[in-house]
Design a protein. Structure first.
Length: 148
């Protein structure tokens, strides 16, 4: 499925770290794409927002207080209305168990957060390009981890 660049992207960022939220906002400011961003600081908050916001992409951290990103992912993948939402695990983890768990639970990509905002901006460009071309991963584990 291809998505045209003229389409407004609705994105839900689920991350409890305020610095990471700030860097995410900064990294998408210069993207050649109209973006409607909503932010949730926990899985529980995200469960409420997803129903009203209806995102096309969710960027999801793994390690959060209360409900983890993996638990949130598992919950939404069990709901028919959210089965087709693209979920990108966006985390500091590069742990192989986390990667395999997220793959098994139905995430589309696994991305380790870049160290700089410049790197993150370039990464966002690549991810949104893949999304607009309809090429977000949905297949084999070796293509699941997105290389910056």
């Amino acid at each position: 499925m291809s998505h045209q660049n003229t389409q407004k992207l609705s994105i839900l960022l689920v991350d409890d770290d305020l610095d990471d939220q700030f860097f995410f906002r900064e990294s998408i400011m210069h993207i050649d794409q109209e973006i409607d961003l909503s932010v949730a600081s926990s899985g529980k908050e995200a469960e409420k927002k997803i129903k009203e916001f209806k995102p096309c992409i969710i960027f999801l951290d793994i390690n959060m207080p209360g409900q983890s990103g993996k638990e949130f992912l598992e919950n939404i993948r069990c709901q028919n209305e959210f089965k087709d939402v693209s979920v990108i695990m966006f985390t500091t983890s590069s742990n192989q168990d986390d990667i395999k768990d997220c793959y098994r639970l139905g995430a589309n990509l696994f991305v380790t957060k870049p160290l700089s905002s410049v790197e993150q901006g370039k990464l966002m460009q690549k991810i949104f390009k893949l999304y607009s071309e309809g090429n977000l991963f949905t297949g084999e584990l070796d293509k699941f981890v997105f290389k910056n």
